[in-house]
Design a protein around this ligand. Structure first.
Ligand code: ADE
Length: 249
């Protein structure tokens, strides 16, 4: 996969995309990530990327020509999703990460100031993504979040093909609690079942815990999760337990 980032702060990405799983995936040739300085696509001596808004008002607006030129030059004759990071975009989810991880190429545009000229959207942008309902100083941290979520899904990136599919959101549920040694810590014991070696029971316990966590913390996810008849029975049991606990308080 190849990802091109168009930004006024190419240095922002230097360390963050050189570390951990993303850094390793780059060194292994699983993903190629290239940053392009938006100012390199300006034509004036001051390398201007922004201007005051037509109609007046506070702040500056990013000019359309540098983004347009940058995308045209970076892509050449190739086609690829061109994604603008913006709080106005579609909310980023695991499903979107999986969809983007299947692409051969992506171009990410990082906005700044009050926003980008609307004609950037109209001419080169194919998708708009928001990483959450809050406003960042620019699209760069959002681009890092999107890249991180995508790269770890690429075959060979984590060295563990099983885990990305098992985890929170891929199954539609939050993950069950994890434990490692020691078996007792600060008086807290690892649940007995995990020490039995009985894989069937362990599997059932984990599923039950995942359902319980999701019901307690993110009940909104249950509507879209793929649930079996047994899951529904477990949920009824957990729900009853929670009611009983409440009455006992
Ligand atoms: N730029 C500023 N805020 C953002 C957000 N929440 N998501 C994506 N890009 C942004």
């Amino acid at each position: 996969m190849r990802i091109d980032i168009i930004t006024i702060f190419p240095g922002f990405f230097d360390t963050v995309l050189a570390c951990s799983i993303v850094g390793r995936a780059r060194r292994a040739g699983i993903v190629q990530i290239q940053c392009h300085d938006l100012r390199d696509y300006t034509t004036d001596a001051h390398r201007t990327v922004d201007d005051t808004p037509y109609g007046g008002g506070a702040g500056m607006v990013m000019k359309p020509e540098p983004f347009y030129r940058a995308v045209r030059e970076v892509l050449g004759d190739e086609k690829a999703p061109v994604i603008l990071l913006t709080p106005q975009g579609e909310l980023f989810t695991q499903a979107k990460a999986m969809q983007l991880a299947a692409q051969e190429r992506l171009v990410l545009l990082c906005g700044h100031y009050e926003g980008v000229d609307e004609r950037v959207r109209q001419t080169v942008v194919t998708d708009e993504i928001s990483i959450g309902d809050y406003v960042l100083t620019g699209g760069e941290p959002a681009a890092v979040v999107v890249i991180d979520a995508i790269v770890r899904l690429l075959p060979g990136a984590t060295g563990n093909e099983q885990s990305p599919m098992d985890e929170s959101f891929s199954t539609g549920l939050l993950e069950y609690p994890h434990y490692t040694r020691p078996s007792e810590f600060q008086g807290l014991k690892v649940p007995e079942v995990l020490l039995t070696g009985n894989h069937k029971q362990i599997c059932r316990w984990r599923r039950r815990q995942a359902l319980k966590r999701t019901l307690q913390r993110r009940p909104d996810l249950l509507g879209q999760a793929e649930l079996t008849k047994e899951d529904h029975e477990l949920l009824r049991e957990i729900w009853q337990e929670m009611q009983d606990d409440r009455r006992g308080e």
